[in-house]
Design a protein around this ligand. Structure first.
Ligand SMILES: [Zn+2]
Length: 96
């Protein structure tokens, strides 16, 4: 008997999903069985925080509040390089 999961493909939205081993980080990987789907394999937690607008805003907010690059990176789970890049961008925008 199969224990069915409420998992849908993040690309095509279908729930024709089977387990497909583990990602390098040890997360459950899934395989989409929709033959028209472009993605095919995925992990459920596919967040890439450094690319999210809210995280960028938080990087700027924390810098305004006096947080260092390393603290900000640790709290937001991004790399210090991401923090530095976002801060440079935001300074450029505010120095018009
Ligand atoms: Zn799919």
């Amino acid at each position: 008997m199969t224990v069915w999961l409420a998992v849908v493909c993040p690309d095509c939205g279908l729930d024709d999903i089977i387990k497909h081993g583990k990602s390098p980080e040890g997360k459950q990987r899934y395989l989409c069985r929709n033959s028209d789907c472009l993605r095919r394999t995925f992990v459920l937690d596919t967040q890439q925080p450094g690319r999210k607008r809210e995280v960028k805003q938080k990087i700027v907010d924390m810098a305004v509040n006096g947080s260092g690059v390393r603290d900000t990176a640790r709290v937001l789970h991004v790399s210090p390089a991401t923090v530095i890049r976002e801060l440079k961008k935001s300074r450029r925008n505010s120095n018009k």
